[in-house]
Ligand binder design. Structure first.
Ligand SMILES: Cc1cc2nc3c(=O)[nH]c(=O)nc-3n(C[C@H](O)[C@H](O)[C@H](O)COP(=O)(O)OP(=O)(O)OC[C@H]3O[C@@H](n4cnc5c(N)ncnc54)[C@H](O)[C@@H]3O)c2cc1C
Length: 398
């Protein structure tokens, strides 16, 4: 007999799980099935990110990211407390690499105030007290509500809560086709659904197109490389970030502290050749690579982003030495020989709008017939996940 559920969620990343969780909280007697193609959880972005609980000050005040990150930060902390997932209260400093970056730093401060996020502009002496290893020119921005947790632990705890609330989680179940009211899987056949949520991360565009939704969009994958330091845990106390280039959606190479106190450099935002391009040939798909190769040139001719600057700055970061030297601009005691252990590579699912040739900077969600499609769950989608899920469920139930 074929299966049926009131809600079928495609993708058990942090976003899909948070949506299933929020739905079950509001509709405790309804049936929910979450379908995940991998046999284990957190195999993609949700388990391959920096684990930084962002505060929400980077984003334009009228954006979804601004609202949902501030709320999501508070909700994720509460969830971690309840689920027993450790959070390290690192805070974060944003430092300038020349006095020319001060206006952009002050703009971040203005955005934080507009977004209702607690931050403080500090001088060089105050920065030294907060993080003795960091260096700035004139001023730095201090964010006390930025923190860190293990992203895999969060996904696993959230999956456990979904199952506890009565949801069914089917791993090793790839969705091969779908349309309004149905999905087709290899191992469970066709499953009928009252409503379908597409939270397939890197493949969200492909699945949305089956529903004739988001056809102007393509996913562009950007690769994030990391290097761990051999430093004594706790030597670096705070996350240290540069002032980002507002024309691009990435934050620039930074130093983060893991939940166990280790220092880590990265991630990059290097154009990837296919969606799951983690190194080696995993997930290599010629047709997919060809389509991505056709889409990148349209991005390269975009006038809204500093594409030349992005390419110039990102491609050399394939070299560990180059990447580590960049980080030394933020923390001068960083030495190439101390950062040799490769971290788990992540790929950002960055949505690209073909007609305008723009990378979407904000979260993008579109509705289709009996379906909702999470098209752009870019960073800080992990921090925002619980607040974002409530926003999506509001839209589904409206
Ligand atoms: C390098 C990097 C660093 C980041 N750093 C941070 C950070 O510090 N803080 C932060 O808040 N955010 C960060 N992010 C962003 C964050 O990781 C994402 O916003 C978030 O993980 C998105 O979650 P998701 O559930 O949409 O995607 P995913 O975790 O990719 O989940 C999608 C799931 O769908 C499954 N799937 C795909 N196709 C199918 C199919 N056909 N059938 C069944 N299942 C399918 C996949 O296997 C996958 O498990 C970072 C991201 C990257 C890549």
């Amino acid at each position: 007999m074929s299966m049926r559920a009131d809600l079928v969620v495609i993708g058990a990343g942090v976003v899909g799980l948070a949506i299933a969780d929020a739905w079950l909280l509001r509709n405790p007697s309804s049936s929910v099935i979450v379908l995940e193609k991998e046999s284990s959880l957190a195999a993609h972005a949700s388990g391959r990110n920096s684990g930084v609980l962002h505060a929400g000050f980077y984003y334009a005040p009228d954006s979804l990211k601004a609202r949902l990150t501030r709320q999501g930060n508070a909700q994720l902390r509460e969830f971690c407390r309840e689920a027993g997932v450790p959070v390290r209260e690192t805070g974060k400093v944003v430092v300038t690499q020349s006095a020319e970056e001060l206006p952009a730093l002050q703009e971040l401060h203005r955005r934080a105030v507009a977004n209702g996020v607690e931050v403080e502009l500090v001088d060089e002496q105050q920065l030294h007290e907060l993080e003795p290893l960091a260096r700035t020119h004139g001023q730095a921005l201090w964010s006390p509500t930025t923190a860190v947790a293990n992203p895999v632990a969060v996904v696993e705890a959230l999956a456990a809560r979904v199952v506890n609330r009565g949801g069914q989680l089917l791993t090793g179940t790839e969705v091969l086709g779908a349309g309004p009211g149905w999905v087709r899987t290899a191992n469970h056949g066709e499953i009928s659904a009252g409503h379908i949520v597409n939270a397939a991360g890197l493949y969200a565009d492909v699945i949305a197109h089956w529903f004739d939704v988001g056809t102007d969009y393509r996913m562009l994958p950007f690769k994030g490389l990391y290097w761990y330091g051999s430093w004594q845990p706790g030597r670096l106390q705070r996350h240290v970030y540069p002032v980002p280039d507002a024309r691009n959606p990435f934050l620039g190479v930074h130093l983060t502290v893991t939940v166990d106190g280790r220092a880590k450099i990265g991630p990059t935002a290097i154009p990837a050749l296919w969606r799951e391009d983690y190194g080696g040939v995993h997930g290599l798909n010629a047709a997919e690579g060809l389509e991505i190769a056709r889409t990148y040139p349209r991005f390269f001719t975009s006038k809204d982003h500093d594409v030349a600057g992005l390419i110039r700055s990102e491609l050399p970061k394939y070299s560990r030495k180059h990447l580590v030297r960049q980080a030394a601009g933020l923390v001068p005691s960083v030495r190439v020989e101390d950062f040799k252990e490769k971290g788990r590579v992540g790929v950002r699912a960055q949505l690209f709008h073909l007609p305008s040739r723009k990378l979407e900077m904000d979260f993008v969600v579109e509705q289709g017939e009996q379906s909702t499609h999470v098209l752009n769950a870019v960073s800080p989608g992990w921090t925002s996940s619980l607040a974002f899920a409530s926003y999506v469920i509001d839209a589904v139930m409206a």
